[in-house]
Each structure stands twice: as C-alpha cells, then as structure tokens.
Design a protein around this ligand. Structure first.
Ligand SMILES: Nc1ncnc2c1ncn2[C@@H]1O[C@H](COP(=O)(O)OP(=O)(O)OP(=O)(O)O)[C@@H](O)[C@H]1O
Length: 502
C-alpha cells in the first residue's frame, strides 16, 4: 500500500464534510475519487496534500503517518496535486517551468542555463512526451500543458499524483492521449488519484473507485465490479433522471430569433447563420476554428469589425462590451468562471443579482429592491439545487460545481432571449448536469434560444437541434441533429476542417 486513509473527518464550522472517510491506494494504481458537487473531494485532497492538517483520523504514506507533515514535507516524500487549472507560467519555456523553484546551479551559485535544457530534454524523453524544452508554454496545447504539470511532479520524484478533473476542456482525442500517458506512468509504478465527474471516462481509466457521499466513503470497488448506472447511483444516492429533449415539429416553423450576417471579428473571417426561437444550436470546432470566437464576439468580448446582427428582425448595435450585449438580451456564460463568472467574496444572492441590479431590481430613486433580489436568488437556488446553507453564503466557500451553478443562475436571471453557453457542465456532477440541461430545455419551451459550445459531444448531441461546424474562422458545415453519434460528429468535424484547409 502506498497511501492509507484511515477514518479521516473534517468539519468547517458546524458543517461535517468528511465523516470517517477511509480508502487506500496501491503502488501503480489509478484510483478514481468520485462524488457530487460539494461531497468533499477537494477537502480530502487538501487533507492528503497537507493544505489542511486539522482533520481527525490518520493518513499513512508508505506505512508511516504523515498527519504532522506540511505541504512541502509531503511533496518531498512524493505527494503532488496537479490542479485543474494549469499551474505553469505561460511566458516561460517548458524547461524553465520544469525547474521553477529548483534551478540547477553552477559551483559559483548562478543558474546553470545550459544544462537546464539538457536535463529537461532527458526528463521529457524519459516520460515519453514529444514537445521541446525550448518551447514557450503558452504555445503548447492544453493537453500538453497538463502533461507538463505531470512531468514536473514526476521530476520532483512524485510517487502519488492527484489529478483534479484533468480532462476539463480537452477534446476526446486529447483526453485519450492524456489517458495513455497516465496509464504508461502507472505501469512504471506511479500511483494516481483521479477526480472526474465523467463516469464513462472514470470507468475507462481507473483500476478502483471510491465514492464520497454525505461525508461517508464507499470504497474498494474494482474495475468490472460496477457499471455506469450503479456508479452513478452510488454517487447520487438515488436514480438519476436523464433529461430528454424532444425535438418538436414546431421548431421547423419557429421564427428566426437571431440572424448573424457576414460577421468579421477576431478569429472570424465571414460568419453568417441563424438561430430559431426556442432552438438549441450546437457549435463544433477545434480551438481557434471560430466556434468560441463567435460566442465571444456576440457577447461583446471580442470586437466586431463588420457584419450585422439582428434579433427578432431588429438590427442590433454590434456590442462592444458584455453589458451592451446584455442590454440587447444576449448573455454569455464563459467557460472560465474564475476569471469571468463570479465574485468569490460576495454572497450567492448578490452574485446572482449582479447583472440585473440596474435594471430588473432597481426601485424608484435607484435603490435596489431587496425583496425582489432575494426572491430572484431564492428561485435559482432552489431550481438548480445549489448546495449551501443559504443564499447568504459567500460563493468562495462553495465547491467548484456549485460555483458553476451560481454562474448559470446569474446568466439566466437576466431573462435573455439568447443564451450563449460555453462548457456549462464542466466540474458538474451527474445529477446537477441533468438539472442544468433540464432547466435549459424547459426555458427553450418559453422561447429562449441557445448557442451551445462544448467538447463533450455526448452531452451536446443530447440537447442540440442543429449543429454548426466551424473551421478557419467560418462555418464549414451545418447538420440537423437527427440522432447523430459522437463518432459521426468527430468525422464531420475533421472532414470540414480538411475541406476548408484544401
Ligand atoms: N473554506 C471553507 N469554508 C467553509 N466551507 C467550505 C470551505 N471549503 C469547502 N467548504 C464546504 O465543504 C463542502 C465540500 O467542498 P469540496 O470543495 O471539498 O467539495 P467537492 O467534492 O470538491 O465539490 P466539487 O465537485 O463541486 O468541486 C462544501 O459544502 C463546501 O461548501
């Protein structure tokens, strides 16, 4: 056994988050840690890595208790966390990133720059990655940045690497590449704790599983012992009802809500399309293809050089800022909730109300109508099942998935005509995902139109009525979603890309 977690408990104030949690991990094992949003996965990871040491119970590493050790001391014995958000410095080279904090030095004490690249090349070769040590990290793909984080940990002699939702925002192919890399390293003896909300990928990658629910651990399941449904029931504690979108006939006759003509903007050469009232339009394309760029242009985040946007036939002013888009009933939920989504120090109530303070919640004389604000926040708090004591809890104290629900509530409370939603279920547990999808589905019945961007084609194909394939800054293909499979979509995306390139 490499790691033994023995009846670990942890409270925040009066809230018991971990209640006698136990699990163990063997050398060379990939062990999945699962649980709903707020189940305590991050809290357990913090206890293993030493960020939190005021827990009850015992954690042993290679047979010895590590409860008294600090984060740095735990790193020295081989425990590393690779966080969800790349902890690399984009302006530095790969080699510089590997050596940050531990520069090889010459006898005179100066950094040995010549050898940095030689040592880094050896490390990259040893772990079988293909990028060059001289490449700037900002030029690496997302998956290579994640691999670099792992190589950095290995270079510091990691024996246990905790991967916190490592597949976030990766395409299916990138995810496969990352998994191969992790499996190879596990074969060489490195152990992994793998945190993910995607059960299908958990079943593919992991040797064993531990589920946290209501503070307790359900542990010891090996590959093949449980299937997708059983694991999802264990996580949620009940049957999960899947959101089913009926593609109604009315959509074919629905009036056009949004009409974009010849849009030219950053990363967009010439984009024209329409979105019907009540329709969910899926956007597909590689990074830089234009799929995300059109979202950001319509949201007022990337300036539009030319072209025309009409909503319900009325010409809009091309938005220069998100509040201008919002005033014209277009709202964007960014994939990056940390940078663009929430104010962590403010309570849930104020976060949800932020964009509508000046409009819907303003009373006579410009004061905020507090009753309306509370009602509004309370409504989304209940509908989306946000896990917190109340709407007065600070958003920074919520688990990642629950923060994401606040971001979505904030967007929906503006009552937009067009919702642009970018990777909305990243970090969201199985049950919450269905709640979010169901809510969006219901809102389209009342006339909301949606542009939906995600790399998770399984999810996209469950909700999208029609698909637009982007390549090279323009729309290369359009398909009605008549029961398409993810594999078909990947093929269509690749051939659209090739056609545009040739
Ligand atoms: N610093 C804190 N103060 C108070 N409560 C906290 C703090 N950190 C976490 N919590 C609470 O502890 C519980 C567990 O949170 P944790 O982040 O461990 O969940 P998680 O399983 O990682 O969730 P997710 O999948 O959403 O990331 C949540 O209810 C959260 O609100």
């Amino acid at each position: 056994m490499l790691l033994e977690i023995d009846h670990v408990s942890k409270c925040y104030g009066t809230k018991t988050v971990l209640d006698g949690v136990s699990m163990n991990l063997k050398k060379g094992e990939i062990h999945a840690l699962l649980g709903k949003n707020g189940a305590g996965k991050t809290t357990l990871v913090k206890s293993i890595s030493g960020v939190t040491t005021d827990y009850d119970g015992t954690i042993r590493f290679e047979g010895k208790s590590i409860d008294h050790l600090t984060v740095l001391e735990r790193q020295k014995i081989g425990i590393y966390v690779v966080p969800q958000h790349a902890s690399v410095i984009p302006e530095f080279t790969v080699a510089e990133n590997i050596f940050i904090g531990d520069w090889p030095r010459k006898k005179n004490g100066f950094v040995d720059w010549n050898h940095i690249y030689i040592y880094a090349k050896e490390a990259l070769d040893k772990y079988g990655v293909s990028f060059s040590p001289r490449q700037k990290v900002k030029d690496l793909s997302l998956v290579d940045q994640r691999k670099l984080n792992i190589v950095r940990a290995l270079f510091s002699n990691a024996k246990l690497i905790i991967l916190d939702e490592p597949t976030t925002a990766l395409s299916a192919e990138e995810r496969d590449g990352l998994f191969e890399f992790v499996i190879d390293l596990a074969k060489q003896g490195t152990s992994f704790i793998f945190i993910s909300h995607y059960i299908e990928e958990v079943l593919r990658l992991s040797d064993r599983y531990t589920v946290l629910r209501d503070g307790k651990s359900y542990t010891g399941f090996s590959r093949g012992e449980v299937d997708e449904r059983q694991l999802s029931n264990l996580i949620v504690g009940e049957d999960v009802e899947l959101c089913v979108r009926e593609r109604p006939e009315v959509l074919a006759r629905a009036p056009i809500a949004l009409q974009c003509s010849r849009i030219k903007a950053r990363g967009l050469t010439d984009v024209s399309f329409h979105l019907a009232k009540g329709e969910i339009l899926g956007l597909i394309g590689f990074p830089g293809s234009g799929a995300r760029e059109i979202c950001r242009a319509l949201a007022g985040l990337n300036p539009i050089e030319s072209g025309e946007i009409r909503l319900h036939g009325k010409k809009l002013r091309n938005p220069r800022r998100p509040d201008e888009a919002l005033a014209q009933k277009i709202v964007y939920v960014s994939y990056d909730r940390h940078a663009e989504g929430i104010v962590p120090d403010l309570p849930i109530r104020e976060n949800i109300s932020l964009p509508i303070l000046k409009s819907k919640l303003a009373s006579l004389f410009g004061f905020v109508n507090e009753r309306k604000e509370i009602e509004n926040a309370q409504q989304y708090f209940s509908t989306l099942n946000i896990k917190a004591h109340s709407i007065y809890e600070e958003v920074g104290n919520l688990s990642g998935g629950n923060q994401q629900k606040v971001v979505i509530s904030k967007a929906l409370s503006t009552q937009p005509d067009v919702l642009i939603i970018d990777e909305p279920t990243v970090g969201i547990d199985v049950k919450s995902r269905e709640e979010i999808l169901s809510l969006i589905n219901e809102l389209t019945d009342t006339g909301l139109s949606v542009l939906y961007l995600t790399n998770d084609y399984n999810e996209l194909l469950r909700v999208a009525d029609r698909l637009l394939f982007f390549a090279n800054g323009t729309i290369a293909r359009e398909e009605i979603n008549t029961g398409l499979t993810p594999e078909e979509v990947i093929q269509m995306r690749d051939s659209a890309e090739e056609e545009v390139a040739s």
